[in-house]
Design a protein around this ligand. Structure first.
Ligand code: MN
Length: 231
């Protein structure tokens, strides 16, 4: 087969303990999945999970021990960090029951759902899609994927992000409104999951702005550290 131009390279994420990399298919994100974050965004209560997507090529994969970098994006004056547990799907499927979700998980990683909050807010107010606020270039930094068997208890793991050494967000995945398994059940009812899908599971309270020169250090217990500098 020939193409009219060279197709883009496959986006991939390093895997802890092996040479082979995880090829990214889609990036799904869960909105308002921690109660205190839902409140700080002006919402309350438990609603069914809802989803948005980022294109695979928004992923910025950061190698183990390295400091990644993202450019300060265009158009915004309010770039926010959202620290998140990321689930990496290894086996696809649709209508997956929560009880079977673990069979579809390859591993887990630390991710940052970077957000042009001002643009997202304008779109929300107008009832328009969030793409310009959420799905922009370089908006999905991620650290190496730890295979599930080595990841410890991701359902009860402390997660945090610090900016220039100071805590911004600190919580536990035990506070997820919809657990990883429940999220996979909902998501796979709406889309057929494929190997290579990443699921950013939502962020706790404390989202706030970063500016050029800031360095974010994020972590989910058992999954290492993700360091990203805003250029
Ligand atoms: Mn998020």
């Amino acid at each position: 087969m020939s193409f009219v131009f060279t197709p883009p390279a496959t986006v991939s994420v390093p895997v802890v303990g092996q040479e082979a990399r995880f090829p990214v298919h889609r990036v799904y994100c869960v909105g308002r999945n921690y109660e205190e974050h839902a409140k700080e965004m002006g919402f309350t209560g438990r609603e069914p999970p809802f989803f948005f997507l980022k294109p695979a090529d928004t992923v910025v994969a950061v190698e183990a021990g390295a400091t990644g970098s993202i450019p300060y994006p265009s158009l915004t004056k309010n770039l926010h960090h959202e620290i998140e547990l990321v689930v990496a799907i290894g086996t696809g499927g649709k209508n997956i029951a929560a009880a079977d979700a673990h069979k579809h998980i390859f591993g887990y990683a630390v991710g940052l759902d970077m957000t042009r909050r001002d643009l997202q807010g304008e779109m929300k107010k107008a009832g328009r899609p969030w793409c310009i606020g959420k799905a922009y270039d370089h908006s999905a930094p991620i650290g190496p994927i730890t295979p599930a068997a080595q990841a410890g208890d991701v359902n009860n793991a402390e997660l945090f992000v610090q900016v220039d050494g100071k805590d911004r967000q600190r919580s536990s995945t035990a506070k997820l409104i919809w657990s990883v398994a429940e999220t996979i059940e909902y998501l796979s009812a709406a889309w057929e999951l494929q190997p290579g899908d990443l699921i950013y599971t939502g962020t706790p309270e404390g989202v706030a702005a970063v500016v050029s020169g800031d360095t974010m250090v994020g972590s989910v217990a058992g999954l290492g550290t993700l360091t990203v500098k805003v250029e």
